[in-house]
Design a protein around this ligand. Structure first.
Ligand SMILES: [Zn+2]
Length: 445
């Protein structure tokens, strides 16, 4: 089972018309000792961006060649890191998460580029595994998407999600574009720019500025001040339906219309399911006509929408987050048995083959070995202090590892990279400011 024609060139051209394959003129032979790096660093290998492959919520991602082994990897520049305390905390959180993750269905940091001395430290570059495509591109492409594909994708999404939730992390922006895939159907959840640690105290307010609208859970649309990992499961339900039907399940123009489309399918929710909704949203639902559920239309998504598939879908698309199935429980649904078998028979790294057959792992869907800690955020009170903490974190992270990598700012490839980042700067800055205002309470926790 493999994808044909889902190679990277489809990615580049659409995003960056006219910025085709940047030449890679200098490579590891570029002049040593750039102004940004202390002379005592022993011949650092230099990193040359090749071309852009996409954007995250808060960053630009490029395909690059690791000069140490010639391997193609992804390079992400984290923008506006030291603009203010909120951005400092957000980036440090994402960086720590990327270094924390150890799971085959969750993208993690392979390396962080060596920072210059702290006085010149303005930018952070992270290296991750390079994936060929993402689920959004697969869904809108003409290539066939069989039930086997859907089962193995959904299995891996839920497997990664179980790991994240067991570490106490809410992703908060699960969408097809944030699910990277390779031609061999391996899938990794990426982009933790909006991820945060689960808030156990229901009286603490959490930001509503999360999740791309089409995948946004009803409790978030209804202005609930506190939400749980159930918001990610809702997003996965929407993606499951999108894989089956190859079109967005709830494609609305506004949050209100989004809510209307959801109630068109699920019916008017009972009052108990709207207990924590804001007054305006509840009034909007109650003002409208009473709608009966019309879940049977899910059978018309495609031939793959079997009774088993629709049953699981209906357990994920539950209006009341308390009654929605968890990621972990969804993995026990019989619909995913074949996906599990396929994944662990020929795709995973946790099982292996011997002449007499396959030796399976003891835990097919392992949780995190410990919760992700965000206590360090309490001790970050200024941008300068944040800079020191992040600088120390990266330096300590690199100790004893391979030859450190750094950017060669003189190279033509890097100059093209920076130009493309700057072209996006207005968008990214504006987006960030909106989030900075609204996420203040959220991030101060
Ligand atoms: Zn396995």
């Amino acid at each position: 089972m493999a994808f044909h024609g889902s190679t990277r060139p489809t990615v580049c051209g659409n995003l960056f018309p006219g910025s085709d394959a940047t030449p890679n003129p200098t490579g590891p032979n570029a002049p040593a000792g750039t102004p940004r790096h202390p002379a005592e660093v022993p011949s650092p290998a230099e990193m040359e961006p090749d071309r852009p492959i996409g954007y995250g919520a808060f960053g630009v991602v490029w395909s690059v060649t690791d000069p140490r082994d010639g391997r193609k990897v992804a390079l992400k520049k984290m923008p506006n890191v030291f603009q203010n305390l909120v951005s400092c905390k957000r980036v440090f959180r994402e960086l720590r998460m990327l270094c924390f993750f150890k799971h085959d269905n969750v993208l993690s940091a392979l390396d962080i580029l060596q920072p210059p001395q702290i006085d010149c430290f303005e930018e952070i570059y992270v290296i991750t595994e390079l994936m060929q495509s993402d689920l959004h591109k697969v869904i809108v492409s003409p290539q066939p998407l069989t039930t086997d594909h859907i089962k193995v994708f959904l299995y891996q999404i839920l497997r990664g999600l179980k790991y994240l939730h067991s570490a106490g992390i809410l992703h908060r922006d699960i969408k097809p574009g944030n699910l990277l895939v390779n031609s061999n159907c391996l899938l990794k959840i990426c982009d933790f720019g909006l991820a945060r640690v689960e808030e156990p105290d229901p009286s603490r307010h959490m930001t509503q500025e999360v999740v791309t609208q089409y995948y946004r859970a009803p409790e978030v649309l209804m202005g609930c001040q506190h939400y749980t990992s159930a918001i990610d499961v809702w997003s996965v339900g929407c993606i499951f339906a999108e894989l089956l039907g190859r079109r967005i399940l709830f494609q609305a123009q506004s949050p209100i219309q989004q809510l209307d489309l959801i109630t068109d399918l699920l019916g008017t929710p009972p009052l108990s399911a709207m207990a924590s909704a804001c007054e305006g949203a509840r009034a909007h639902i109650l003002r409208g006509p009473h709608k009966p559920p019309s879940l049977s239309v899910l059978y018309m998504l495609s031939d793959g929408a079997t009774h088993e598939a629709v049953h699981l879908l209906c357990r994920m698309l539950v209006f009341d987050p308390v009654k929605r199935i968890t990621g972990s429980d969804a993995l026990s649904h019989p619909y995913l048995d074949e996906g599990r078998l396929r994944y662990h028979t020929c795709m995973c790294k946790c099982c292996y083959s011997v002449p007499s057959g396959r030796v399976y792992t003891r835990d097919f869907e392992p949780p995190a070995d410990r919760p992700f800690s965000h206590n360090y955020e309490q001790s970050m009170h200024s941008v300068w202090q944040g800079k020191e903490l992040i600088h120390r974190f990266i330096t300590e992270h690199q100790q004893g590892k391979r030859v450190p990598l750094c950017i060669n700012p003189q190279s033509a490839a890097f100059k093209t990279f920076i130009r493309s980042v700057q072209e996006q700067a207005v968008f990214v800055t504006n987006l960030f400011q909106i989030h900075a205002l609204k996420m203040n309470n959220d991030l101060e926790m």
